[in-house]
Design a protein around this ligand. Structure first.
Ligand SMILES: Cc1ncc(COP(=O)(O)O)c(C=O)c1O
Length: 395
């Protein structure tokens, strides 16, 4: 049947960048067909399981009839209470659960929908690059805003160079996305730096969306801060995804300035009906395991595993002549492609030929070119096997 109506995407959809991973996906399918055993270190999705304590709570709570009804999109009171309590014991902050805490369907949803509440066509949003693509695309461009790229350069410890942003742009900026511990670079932000950004925000009248999903993904003695410890005029988004290996459950929270939270709530109440109550119960159970800034067992166990994997991968890469530094946080290793390699995409394709899948830096924006990202989502044995295969390519 021939369609008589002409269907056209909205112009804002046309502003989204092309899907650069299509070629990689195709290559993976071909390799699989040829029987190549793929070691996937590309996607940031934990291979470790959700802690039993949380799963047991979920199974109990899903059976309770009143937990099977519509939730509220702002999150149930017990959930907001658990989030507020977590902020108290983890960061020493007092939050009002009536207007400073709200539920999100995973951090991604919060990061994207916050822009709907505040960005008018043409508004400038400051976005790190390389960075989580949702800041510039799903949030800014889909609200007809203009992302202004803040390059994250190695020589600046992967922190935006604030002095490099023109006064004209700063004056026009309405919002800034910031994410430390950082995906993809693994970088962390010193408190002095956060103080400086907050001063800029104050001077130029924009607010910061501090995306903090890796707050618990830290090594050794490093404890990641909340931006709200520095200043409470902004908002922070976090989720159970990485903290409790719960990427599939879609439950997170946004906290901070009550006017910004109100904007997010207004948008969400017209779009979604909230996170299932039994999932909120399970996440609250996990959050309530915290009694100080120290990671409770259910988180510490996970981090021990990632730490061992990080050490083995970084040591292994250096041993085969690929200079790579250890990150202090996140489960990502961000490293420059070996000398002589053409670009991150071509290098990743070469590695797929031997069954190792990484993410090319260009996938996180143009300033990610020349780098690749490893996610520590495979066992030590598989990481060791990946190292052998990588050695065969780069030697
Ligand atoms: C920087 C960053 N922000 C937000 C998210 C979204 O996580 P979720 O929606 O699972 O909470 C991710 C996930 O990988 C991320 O890396």
């Amino acid at each position: 049947m021939v369609l008589s109506i002409k269907i056209k995407f909205a112009e804002r959809v046309g502003r989204l960048p092309p899907y650069i991973f299509a070629e990689i996906e195709q290559l993976k399918v071909e390799k699989k067909k040829q029987g190549v055993d793929l070691i996937t270190l590309g996607i940031g999705d934990p291979d470790l399981k959700t802690p039993d304590l949380i799963l047991n709570e979920l199974v109990e709570q899903v059976k309770v009839p009143e937990n099977q009804n519509y939730p509220t999109s702002m999150g149930e009171e017990f959930f907001r209470e658990a989030v507020a309590r977590w902020y108290k014991v983890r960061f020493g902050l007092d939050l009002n659960l009536a207007n400073e805490v709200t539920n999100v369907l995973g951090g991604k949803e919060g990061v994207a929908n916050i822009a709907r509440a505040f960005i008018n066509p043409g508004d400038i949003v400051l976005c790190p690059n390389p960075g989580y693509p949702v800041y510039a695309n799903g949030a800014t461009k889909l609200c007809d805003g203009n992302p202004h790229i803040m390059p994250l350069k190695k020589e600046n410890n992967f922190l935006p160079d604030l002095e490099a942003i023109s006064t004209k742009i700063l004056k026009k900026a309405k919002m800034m996305y910031l994410n430390y511990p950082n995906n993809p670079t693994g970088a962390t932000a010193p408190i002095e730096y956060l103080k400086k950004v907050v001063d800029y925000a104050d001077d130029y009248n924009f607010f910061i969306v501090y995306d903090n999903p890796y707050s618990e993904f830290t090594f050794n003695d490093y404890i990641a801060p909340s931006l709200l410890q520095v200043n409470r005029d902004h908002i922070e988004i976090n989720s159970s995804s990485k903290m409790f290996n719960m990427t599939g459950f879609r439950c997170g929270w946004a906290v901070g300035n009550s006017e910004i939270i109100e904007g997010l709530r207004k948008i969400k109440s017209q779009i979604d009906s909230g996170c299932p109550v039994f999932i909120q119960k399970a996440v609250a159970k996990g959050l309530n395991e915290y009694s100080s800034e120290k990671k409770p067992d259910i988180v510490a166990k996970t981090m021990k595993i990632y730490e061992e994997r990080r050490n083995i991968l970084v040591r292994g890469l250096n041993d085969i002549g690929w200079r790579t530094e250890k990150p202090q946080a996140t489960f990502y290793i961000w490293t420059q492609i070996p000398k002589g390699e053409e670009n991150s995409m071509e290098f990743v394709k070469k590695l797929i030929n031997v069954g190792v899948v990484l993410t090319p830096g260009i996938g996180f924006g143009e300033h990610g070119e020349g780098f690749v990202r490893f996610a520590l989502t495979q066992s030590i044995e598989r990481i060791q096997e990946a190292l052998n295969r990588i050695e065969s390519v780069i030697k």
